[in-house]
Design a protein around this ligand. Structure first.
Ligand SMILES: Nc1ncnc2c1ncn2[C@@H]1O[C@H](COP(=O)(O)OP(=O)(O)OP(=O)(O)O)[C@@H](O)[C@H]1O
Ligand SMILES: [Mg+2]
Length: 241
């Protein structure tokens, strides 16, 4: 799946927060969105997800226009900072949730769902915890489950907004490598918003640096470090790994 956002504009109450953002991703690519607080990262991700709508601009998936496609029909996997698991559902039911709400035509049967869930539980290293409830898991385990839930539907794109920001540094580091491994195994393109430069560096094929509603540079970590396009990029990367 190739994904492209073209010339996206968005204002809130007359204030422009996205000012002509364009982003073209290759199939299976991992892109990090990095930028100061308020630079528009979450707004851009929400527009890509279909949770908010752009005032102007276009979104395409493999060349097909999805700008007006409702969020539920985009088949994107989402992991957000506060996208809590369903408390009243077991880990296994949380993971299966997206499968149960697929349109009837695409919905796998009970046996197939169970197989998918156990495959995902294996992949996230929580094979024995399917019957637990979210409050019986650590924060890192919960985010793994959120990741499995997002991947269960074989998403066309995986969208993550600071998925690890509530976790301590050590857990973040260990989750980082599992996220990258999972994403590559599934072969899905991913966009992850992060404040954490080291995280962007470690995970992303390319990093899109946002500054005041614009992507000021979109490049590999090495290229960003060696040839920052603007002072803002240089400042942001000060101290990056
Ligand atoms: N629903 C809204 N109504 C009004 N203003 C909004 C709304 N959502 C976002 N904004 C404003 O748009 C700007 C961009 O916000 P956004 O959440 O996209 O930033 P961000 O880069 O994700 O920041 P952070 O790193 O703090 O999460 C901010 O100035 C914010 O106050
Ligand atoms: Mg944000």
């Amino acid at each position: 799946m190739t994904f492209e956002a073209r010339n996206i504009y968005k204002s809130f109450n007359g204030t422009e927060v996205l000012k002509g953002v364009s982003l073209a991703m290759e199939a299976g690519e991992f892109v990090a969105l990095l930028g100061a607080s308020g630079s528009g990262k979450t707004t851009l991700l929400n527009i890509i997800a279909g949770l908010q709508h752009a005032d102007q601009g276009q979104l395409t998936l493999d060349g097909q226009d999805i700008t007006r496609l409702p969020a539920g029909k985009r088949r994107f996997g989402m992991v957000f900072q506060n996208y809590a698991l369903f408390r009243h559902m077991s880990v296994a039911d949380n993971i299966a949730f997206g499968l149960r709400v697929l349109p009837r035509r695409e919905r796998p049967g009970r046996v197939e769902r169970r197989e998918k869930v156990s495959e995902l539980l294996d992949m996230i290293g929580l094979a024995d915890l399917g019957d637990r409830f979210p409050q019986q898991l650590s924060g890192g385990q919960r985010q793994r489950v959120a990741m499995a839930r997002a991947l269960a539907i074989n998403p066309q794109l995986l969208l993550m907004d600071e998925p690890f920001s509530a976790l301590d540094a050590q857990v973040r580091r260990s989750l980082r490598s599992s996220v990258r491994a999972l994403q590559q195994k599934v072969g899905v393109g991913a966009i992850m918003v992060t404040h954490d430069q080291a995280e962007a560096w470690d995970l992303a094929d390319r990093v899109a640096v946002m500054d005041q509603g614009q992507i000021v540079q979109f490049d590999t970590p090495d290229a960003l470090r060696n040839t920052p396009a603007t002072g803002a990029v240089r400042d942001l990367l000060q101290g990056a790994a």
